[in-house]
Design a protein around this ligand. Structure first.
Ligand SMILES: Nc1nc2c(c(=O)[nH]1)N[C@H]1C(S)=C(S)[C@@H](COP(=O)(O)O)O[C@H]1N2
Ligand SMILES: [Mo]
Length: 369
């Protein structure tokens, strides 16, 4: 019988470092920094807070530069929020898609503390003509160097937010994660926390904020992390933004053996974009349809929700477990692979196949006769 998996990290790429949280080991609402997934496009910069500065310029009244102490002296804001990499679950695409083959662990929930991006922008004074806020990290490199397409040359990691989201209470610049200073992997000394949005918006190692007057079309905005949207006329390119409703089963794991006649805990997490999770349902493939899972912890906007369902299988055999989340906006987790997001936003239901085996015989049953 398979034993519970040890919480050891899964290395998806060595250089730059890309590390997956072993989702099967999920137990707590908050994921500690040491187990939290890491998604890097370039080698992580080793910044020294003593000479680190944050510059705010562009369409502002007064360009400013702040050091870490003056940011820490500002009003503190905390937000417990889940961040999912838009590539999480890519391995489930059929046929396979290019890119890091994340399973379920490019997602995590943590308590972030810092300052509201809005309050920093207000210090500089945003001009009427502002349209987006561009966040740039200290990491950089060359992309597409070996592809046949044109390479933009060396670039930094940079993403923009629409002004409205940049000014929202759910967007903070964090210097602390789970009550500790940010670690280098997670963006020390300062990173963006963009509640409800996929990870690419959560720029790490921020050094530069530029208020721009027209939509930013840089590499990570328009050449990567986008989707096709079909409205009136031809499809257009839309940068990825909000996460989409999703639940994942942590345990039992694929291929687990469960004993008939005994209660088993089906356990996982669920999250969405701006809307909180309203319901998680479970189907165990025993003909009884979808049943309500129990939502654990209290509801917190932008955090994930753990859930469980106790199942006592009656008969031996093969079963397919499924979980399905619904958010407060009425969005329901789909059950078929989507076709509009290239290799991203894999939020459809992933079945977990298990085998129910007979109850072991008691000593008496085995040896009486
Ligand atoms: N500067 C910078 N910020 C970045 C990235 C990056 O490569 N460089 N990766 C982004 C992506 S795609 C994700 S999913 C999140 C992951 O955050 P984590 O590594 O703290 O889990 O960081 C985002 N911020
Ligand atoms: Mo990501």
């Amino acid at each position: 019988m398979p034993t519970a998996q040890q919480p050891s990290l899964i290395v998806r790429q060595k250089s730059p470092e890309n590390i997956e949280f072993p989702f099967a080991s999920l137990s707590d609402w908050l994921i500690p920094a040491e187990l939290f997934f890491v998604r890097n496009h370039f080698p992580s910069p080793d910044l020294d807070a003593r000479d680190w500065r944050l510059r705010i310029d562009g369409a502002v009244e007064r360009p400013i530069e702040l050091d870490l102490d003056s940011i820490k002296a500002m009003r503190r804001t905390s937000l417990t929020a889940v961040v999912e990499c838009a590539g999480n679950g890519r391995v489930y695409y059929e046929p396979p898609r290019e890119g890091l083959q994340w399973q379920n662990g490019a997602v995590g929930n943590a308590a972030w503390t810092g300052v509201l991006l809005r309050e920093i922008l207000e210090m500089a004074g945003v001009r009427q003509t502002a349209c987006e806020v561009l966040l740039t990290g200290a990491d950089s490199g060359v992309v597409d160097a070996n592809k046949k397409t044109a390479s933009p040359g060396p670039i930094a990691f940079a993403r923009s937010l629409p002004l409205e989201k940049a000014m929202a209470d759910s967007t903070i610049l964090a210097y602390s994660m789970n009550e500790r200073p940010l670690t280098r992997d997670h963006g020390y000394p300062l990173r963006a926390v963009v509640g409800g949005w996929f990870g690419m918006a959560w720029v790490k190692w921020i050094t530069h904020i530029t208020v721009v007057e027209r939509p930013f079309l840089g590499y990570w905005q328009a050449r990567d992390y986008f989707r096709w949207e079909r409205g009136l006329g031809e499809p257009t390119l839309v940068p990825l933004a909000q996460m989409e409703v999703k639940s994942q089963i942590a345990r039992p794991v694929q291929g687990a053996h469960l004993v008939a006649g005994q209660p088993h805990r089906i356990f996982g997490a669920a999250w969405s974009g701006e809307a909180p999770i309203r319901q998680v349902q479970v189907c165990t493939g025993d003909g009884k349809g979808w049943r309500e899972a129990r939502l654990l912890e209290t509801e917190r906007p932008f955090a994930w929700r753990l859930w469980e369902y106790m199942w006592t299988p009656e008969d031996v055999g093969q079963y397919t477990l499924r979980s399905r989340a619904t958010d407060a906006a009425g969005c329901v987790q789909p059950d078929v692979q989507r076709s509009d997001c290239e290799s991203y936003v894999a939020n459809w239901i992933i079945p977990v196949k298990v085998t129910v085996v007979p109850e072991p015989k008691t000593y008496e049953e085995e040896f009486v006769i």
